[in-house]
Design a protein around this ligand. Structure first.
Ligand SMILES: NC(=O)CC[C@H](N)C(=O)O
Length: 231
């Protein structure tokens, strides 16, 4: 299985992403600099990591989305390649037009850095097949622009097409309103593309991928990917 992690100036989760992918696939990913116009041959998937690409200038992910490498990533996705974008990676995928909606400033206007609970909405994707639909899992978020905005039509369509991968979820003993850290429409934390092979999500699965992280719920996302790539 051959994977790649795209690196922009200001990426800061690229190495965590690489460790999680190596752990799940037994092979170190290729680190691809944003100026490369082509992706390595024979890739099974591409990950766009979190961080502060280009200092979050203009809008988070807007400049990164226009990097030379993103043309190659778009081509890869259009051909059916698997692409994962986490946090800033999700912002880049939206700015590149590979996922719908927008990510705006958090409703509370603050950077939010804490664990959240998520409901797994679908197991039918290369990213979520190792979870149970409806399962509640825990992962960290760390962002200031994670407020997912979509038109009422798009929200209906995402549900109808089973393309909401994760929703912020309340857990017993905590107020439900506190569950959504950023004001996202319909509590959406992650969405799939039409062909289900591109996922963008604000929470960080690579930061809860081994026991030393204090949580392992993210590991199954990488195991799901490894399984999908092996097929
Ligand atoms: N951890 C991240 O990827 C953060 C993304 C972006 N810089 C934000 O704060 O919204």
């Amino acid at each position: 299985m051959k994977t790649a992690v795209i690196v922009f100036p200001g990426s800061n989760c690229d190495r965590d992403m690489a460790v999680a992918l190596r752990r799940a696939t037994d092979r170190a990913p290729v680190m691809v600099w944003h100026k490369d116009a082509a992706l390595p041959e024979g890739l099974d998937m591409v990950a766009i990591p979190g961080g502060f690409s280009f200092g979050d200038y203009l809008r988070c992910g807007a400049i990164a989305a226009r990097s030379p490498v993103m043309r190659a990533v778009t081509e890869f996705a259009v051909k059916g390649g698997i692409v994962l974008g986490v946090c800033n990676g999700f912002q880049v995928l939206i700015e590149a037009g590979l996922l719908p909606g927008a990510l705006m400033r958090n409703a509370g206007l603050r950077f939010v850095c804490r664990d959240v609970h998520l409901k797994v909405e679908t197991a039918s994707s290369p990213f979520t097949s190792c979870y149970q639909p409806g399962e509640i899992i825990r992962m960290p978020v760390a962002h200031h622009d994670g407020n997912f905005i979509a038109s009422p039509e798009l929200l209906v369509r995402l549900d109808a097409e089973d393309r909401v991968a994760f929703r912020y979820a309340g857990v017993e003993g905590r107020a439900a309103a506190a569950a959504n850290p950023n004001g996202s429409a319909a509590d959406i934390a992650g969405v799939l593309s039409e062909n289900r092979r591109v996922l963008g999500m604000m929470p960080h699965p690579e930061r809860h991928a081994e026991p030393a992280h204090g949580g392992v719920d993210g590991a199954r996302l990488f195991e799901s990917l490894a399984g999908a790539m092996a097929r």
